[in-house]
Write a protein that binds this ligand. Structure first.
Ligand code: SF4
Length: 167
């Protein structure tokens, strides 16, 4: 399956816990003021790849703890990201996903999209980057409005449950 990426980090230690392969998706509709990656906004930019090539990168690193889908906006290529997340889970890896959408917006699409990417995500780092709330103090987030959502617990409880960073 073809996937448009802005880049891939095969050994990230900053996009979630442990050692991760991070896929930066190309294309973002949010255009947050102060975004650090505006080159990822153009949905026709970046590089076209095959999801099988990304899975091959995952398979060649036995030390990975998980994968992270980042952006750009992963939900613009949710089918491709769903496939990557499914294959990562089948290999025992955890899946983190960044999005400029809020949990409530994504959760509201579940009925119309039952195979949504969100069902294969463990932790969602959600919400747009808001420059006036920029922080360097919160792990894995750029601004204070963004939340780390424990997706499985949130789907079970029916409301946003924040991920416990202390484990
Ligand atoms: S969602 Fe992320 S990539 Fe998109 S504009 Fe906002 S900060 Fe930039």
């Amino acid at each position: 399956m073809r996937i448009r990426v802005a880049g891939i980090s095969e050994d990230s230690i900053v996009d979630g816990p442990g050692l991760r392969l991070t896929v930066f998706l190309q294309g973002c509709p949010h255009h947050c003021k102060g975004c650090h990656n505006p080159e990822t906004w153009d949905p026709t930019g970046g590089t076209l790849m095959d999801t099988r090539d990304i899975v091959a990168m995952i398979d060649k690193n036995p030390l990975l703890d998980g994968i992270t889908l980042s952006g750009g906006e992963p939900f613009m290529q949710s089918t491709q990201c769903y496939v990557l997340a499914l294959l990562a889970h089948s290999r025992g890896l955890n899946v983190w996903c960044y999005t400029g959408y809020t949990w409530e917006t994504i959760e509201g699409t579940l009925d119309i999209c039952p195979l949504s990417l969100i069902r294969e995500v463990d932790v969602l780092v959600e919400g747009p980057f808001i420059e006036s709330q920029r922080t360097l103090e919160l792990p894995w987030r750029g601004s204070k409005n963004q939340r780390l959502i424990d997706v499985r617990k949130s789907l079970r409880e029916g409301y946003a449950v924040e991920y416990d960073t202390k484990g």
